[in-house]
Design a protein around this ligand. Sequence first.
Ligand SMILES: NC(=O)c1ccc[n+]([C@@H]2O[C@H](COP(=O)([O-])OP(=O)(O)OC[C@H]3O[C@@H](n4cnc5c(N)ncnc54)[C@H](OP(=O)(O)O)[C@@H]3O)[C@@H](O)[C@H]2O)c1
Length: 319
Amino acid sequence: MSKVVCVTGGSGCIGSWLVHLLLERGYTVHATVKDLKDDTETKHLEALEGAGTRLRLFQIDLLDYDSIVAAVNGCVGVFHLASPCIVDKVLDPQKELLDPAIKGTTNVLTAAKEAGVSRVVVTSSISAISPNPNWPSDVIKSEDCWVDLEYCKEKELWYPMSKTLAEKSAWEFAKEKGLDVVVVNPGTVMGPVISPKLNASMIMLVRLLQGCTETYENFFIGSVHFKDVALAHILVYENKAAAGRHMCVEAISHYGDFVAKVAELYPEYNVPKLPRDTQPGLLRAKDASKKLIDLGLQFIPMEQIIKDAVECLKSKGFI
Ligand SMILES: NC(=O)c1ccc[n+]([C@@H]2O[C@H](COP(=O)([O-])OP(=O)(O)OC[C@H]3O[C@@H](n4cnc5c(N)ncnc54)[C@H](OP(=O)(O)O)[C@@H]3O)[C@@H](O)[C@H]2O)c1
């Protein structure tokens, strides 16, 4: 079987980890970046082991279908990660979040279908699972839970809305056009970064170490290591029995639990005291990502995620 695959958003924090692990496994990778002339998007990928002979970079814009076709052509698999990840306030949610997420997904899936790709792994998020205030209070959140779009609209939670609508459009496309699609729904992803730019979840950690008291009530349901998210993508791609959505967190926990652990491990930083229950009604669960555990993923625990992330931030001068 040919092992040429495309990773959209290959330059990003999760994308570069996935490219790294795919190259390590002998794949040839078409990685997409937004700007080929920007060294901060390309150099870290070109420096990866195996990149010299098995990495090709493509410049894409999620709203430019032809640019995507060029990246996907010749691939048997596609990992669709590229999507704006902004949890701060945005001025124009349609332009900044919804269009690239939703139209971008349809463009990538259309290009994949046209190119005869055998499987597409779509990176959704727990932000397509939660918030949902109507989820029964005695049932642990799982892949069966979907974000309440009305609640998002009311609270102007545009990122969860963008991820939910993008994932829904992926499932509709898969059903209508008969494309093999599998979805990974990662929690808050942290750990050592390969990319020189920090993503939104690593910026959350930097802010926390600087004393930020935000509780991310509608955004957090658990943490996960970059490496495990990348491995989850490869597992669901390679294992043909994998189907549907895959919650990807080391455990369901509250942001307050995470903050308390950061404070305990790094008392020298200005970590605030927050209540433990920062996600009202969220039931904690150790094996929430059972589908991935059953596929063989052994999740790196929260303590190690924090240590790997903070040590990386220190060594790269971010804190
Ligand atoms: N971070 C988390 O905690 C988390 C959790 C769950 C799911 N996710 C999902 O994981 C994926 C990757 O996120 P990340 O955390 O690795 O963030 P990231 O580092 O910001 O990566 C996002 C990637 O998407 C690319 N991209 C964004 N808009 C684009 C556009 N219009 N055209 C082409 N490329 C575009 C970015 O290119 P540039 O670098 O050039 O901007 C970047 O490569 C996203 O789908 C995100 O929603 C993230």
